[in-house]
Design a protein around this ligand. Structure first.
Ligand SMILES: [Zn+2]
Length: 656
């Protein structure tokens, strides 16, 4: 389970972290300094940093202007990063004039191409940079193998998505190529373009044929419902199998068989990574790499979870999770998508681990009390979150827009059932100055000035909410909890089950604040800051729309609308059509009545926990009808004000 934020900031380390320019990667020449033939007098001062980065994306050129550090409005070579997951870029001297020319061109007269540009512009490229220059030679070899694993995972995920076959149909223009690269296929994903049928990287907007289901059943829009009602639904809809046809005789085929060449290659590369890791202190990591390598040939992911659950921030410098995990990516929300999270452990987590460890059981007891019968409190033993700094996200992890900032895994199997999950908080997303400034402006467009006094604009409140969200996945009625013999996906159907689980987690993020305040772990100020921050988080998700381009409900957007609608009904959020927003420009703003917050959030936990405890599908559907689909939440105002700002679209670079 994961928390895919809109603009949630990350971690408590941020006060000490700035986005510093990084030296250019020496062996990936990006232009001016790398050889004797480099132009000497070229001055890159023709466009702003924002435009350089925007039109580089449009041109599908993997170069990024990190910051105008010396404030001379000129792109200096040391301010430039070379990006991964792009085609190798030309030297800067060659790329710069192309990018400038693109910025001066009028929009394409061709509708599809114009829309492709608009789709790309809704993401603000935002750099995730990792400096590995201080690593020893062996560690660098290990990293090289992990990067290769990332490439192979990307290929496997494209096959699961069914997009790899469409690549040959791409027209020549760079916008189409860039859109296809960023979005994992031809489909538009950004709020203003996702429902426009003409928006696609490929003329005619062909729909990919998913690699996990037979092509012939996918012509029917309702094929997920058909599969859920199939007599063999349990076998067919298991997370680690592909469904193969014909439609009259469907069968489940293990991923390792369905995607054998790709999975075998990943297995070999993981073994090579394990062999390359020579540091004797990294035993737990090596054990996991070998177990994961094995799972890529046996499909026994549950066994690989054992050594994985034994790694922690105390026994490894690295964080690796590789394999099929989350199900949000596919329309039936049942099959696990291939991904690699490759990160370094951020050592700053320990303070919060120490604070929260003693109150885990109290948290479970209080959530169980709210959820009510037939759920009863369990003895909980889950691990507190590890904080990680992502080096690369591959496959299902690398979203076109935004990024996962918190995750609890595994989703199935013994480790999960026995509550030995690991929870991660990704600490290096959304902490750059561009992201922080954009988010504050969004908040100031929705709240009046008085309410904004609680908004800190620092990463801590968001981090705390993320930690509590992730913790709550381990609390109350959980993924393995059965009511009437049915697990959540059977009781609610896949998409509503996913949404309700996320709603429970995010409701926990609000509800547990008061418990922590009572125990003096969180003070009054941080409590208030966290509440308003979580509402801004919710507005962000609402602005993304309730459904994707294919008409599937978005879990976070729906839960966000339920929470905001609930808080409006309880008088916590009061819309005043005459009030000036804190930005001084917009008329019509929310006032936040903090005094009513605790009681409202208590009630929310009771409603949401109760629905999960009873497996009450009708009540879940009623919530959806009332808030995501109803008129209580001012969807249009939120959307218009939030979408003035592009979403972060994360791009990656390394120096080593
Ligand atoms: Zn979650």
């Amino acid at each position: 389970m994961r928390l895919a934020p809109f603009l949630v900031l990350a971690l408590l380390t941020a006060c000490s972290r700035k986005t510093e320019p990084v030296p250019r990667d020496k062996d990936t020449g990006s232009g001016s300094g790398s050889g004797s033939a480099a132009p000497i007098a070229t001055k890159y001062d023709q466009i702003s940093r924002t435009d350089f980065n925007r039109y580089a994306v449009r041109q599908n050129i993997g170069l990024y202007w990190i910051a105008d550090t010396d404030k001379d409005s000129t792109l200096d070579p040391e301010e430039l990063a070379t990006l991964m997951f792009y085609p190798p870029p030309p030297p800067l001297a060659e790329a710069y004039p192309k990018i400038v020319a693109a910025s001066k061109q009028p929009p394409s007269a061709e509708v599809r191409q114009k829309l492709a540009g608009e789709e790309l512009d809704q993401g603000r490229p935002t750099l995730v940079h990792t400096d590995l220059t201080k690593l020893g030679a062996d560690d660098k070899k290990f990293v090289d193998h992990m990067l290769k694993v990332g490439e192979l995972i990307d290929q496997l995920y494209s096959i699961q998505l069914g997009t790899s076959e469409l690549e040959a149909k791409l027209p020549a223009d760079p916008e189409s190529h860039s859109l296809f690269r960023r979005n994992w296929g031809p489909k538009c994903d950004a709020p203003a373009t996702q429902t426009n049928k003409s928006c696609s990287a490929i003329p005619g907007a062909p729909k990919p044929i998913l690699g996990i289901y037979p092509a012939e059943i996918q012509t029917d829009d309702k094929f997920c419902t058909m599969l859920e009602k199939h007599p063999q639904a349990k076998t067919l809809m298991a997370p680690f199998v592909a469904v193969r046809g014909p439609a009259t005789k469907l069968e489940a085929v293990p991923f390792t068989q369905a995607f054998a060449p790709q999975m075998t290659a990943i297995s070999k590369e993981l073994t090579a990574a394990a062999d390359a890791m020579k540091d004797p202190a990294e035993g737990p990591l090596v054990a996991y790499l070998r177990a994961a390598a094995k799972a890529f040939t046996t499909n026994d992911w549950v066994s690989a979870d054992e050594p994985w659950s034994k790694m922690n921030s105390g026994n490894s410098k690295w964080y690796v999770r590789v394999g099929p995990d989350e199900t949000y990516w596919e329309p039936c929300a049942q099959k696990a998508g291939a991904h690699l999270t490759f990160a370094r452990i951020d050592q700053n987590a320990k303070e919060w681990q120490a604070k929260l460890a003693p109150v885990k059981q109290d948290m479970e007891t209080s959530i169980a009390a709210k959820a009510g019968a037939p759920y009863t409190a369990r003895t909980v033993q889950f691990n507190l979150p590890d904080f990680i700094e992502v080096v690369i996200n591959a496959g299902d992890d690398r979203d076109p827009l935004g990024a996962t900032i918190g995750q609890s895994l595994p989703n199935w199997g013994k480790v999960s059932d026995e509550n030995r999950d690991r929870t991660m908080v990704m600490s290096n997303f959304y902490v750059d100055p561009d992201s922080l400034a954009a988010r504050r402006s969004q908040a100031e467009s929705m709240f009046d000035a008085d309410s904004m006094k609680s908004y800190s604009g620092t990463p801590l409140p968001s981090n705390l909410a993320t930690i509590l969200h992730e913790l709550t996945h381990n609390l109350g009625p959980y993924e393995g909890y059965k009511v009437g013999g049915k697990k959540p996906a059977e009781a609610f159907g896949g998409p509503i089950a996913s949404m309700m689980e996320e709603l429970k987690a995010q409701t926990g993020a609000l509800f547990l604040i008061e418990l922590l305040r009572g125990k003096k772990i969180v003070d009054d100020e941080l409590a208030a800051q966290t509440y308003i921050d979580s509402i801004v988080w919710a507005f962000g998700h609402i602005s993304q729309g309730m459904k994707d381009g294919d008409g599937n409900r978005k879990a976070y957007s729906n839960l966000a609308a339920i929470q905001v609608g609930f808080l409006i009904d309880k008088g916590v959020l009061v819309w005043n059509a005459q009030a000036k927003a804190a930005n001084g420009k917009d008329t019509g703003a929310f006032t936040l009545d903090m005094k009513k917050m605790v009681a409202a959030v208590d009630e929310m936990m009771k409603v949401v926990g109760g629905i999960k405890a009873r497996g009450d599908k009708a009540a879940a559907e009623a919530l959806i009808a009332k808030y995501p689909d109803g008129k209580i939440v001012p969807h249009d105002v939120i959307t218009e004000r939030f979408l003035r700002f592009p979403k972060a679209s994360f791009v990656y670079s390394l120096s080593r």
